[in-house]
Design a protein around this ligand. Sequence first.
Ligand SMILES: [Zn+2]
Length: 222
Amino acid sequence: MTDLDPATLTARFASLGLQGIREVRLHRNRVVMLSVRAGILRLHAGYVHAPEPVLRAIVRFLAPYTRRAVRAAARREFLEFPVDRFTASRPRRPRPRRSAPGDAPLIARLTDAHARLNLIHFEGQLGAIPFRISGRMRRRLGEVSLHRETGTIEEMAFNRHHLRRDPWSEVEQTLLHEMVHQWQAENGLPVDHGVGFRRKAREVGIVPRARKPHRAEGAMRG
Ligand SMILES: [Zn+2]
């Protein structure tokens, strides 16, 4: 097996039929293995050691008209490749704003709901994601933060007051809203509230509006 540098990898993907990618960049972020934005495929560096079937699975995953079941199978296939055996992932930096220790049960509940809604609405295709509970969010009920370099989702933050005072069904609406953003990021789509967002939001059964009149404050989902 020959290791590939990014330029050779770009050419290799093109020869396997991958279209619309002008450049491959390598990263060592273990949370999301690959993302596409503006013609740039960002990929975990471990994939330079991947055999051809794994690269072909990535091409199938990224092809625009791949059927959903095929896409899901392709995603499983390239995620099974043990990138860390070849290239150590960068350890996650400690976050300056941590959740309080007492938040663990709420974070566990959000993590469970994420896994369940992922299976129901996203065919289990979304990656696991860290949650944070914030006491500083004022107007927003929830938000996603994007990694500066990779454009992938680093974490989901939830408004503490929202979690405390609102029914859990409302919290799950917020969670689904943020999961649609995660779905956008993981599929190389812009993370916004455009037509694609509204279509997917309706598909998963949430109100597609970004702003939702909420109590007196007019809180919104970010
Ligand atoms: Zn939003």
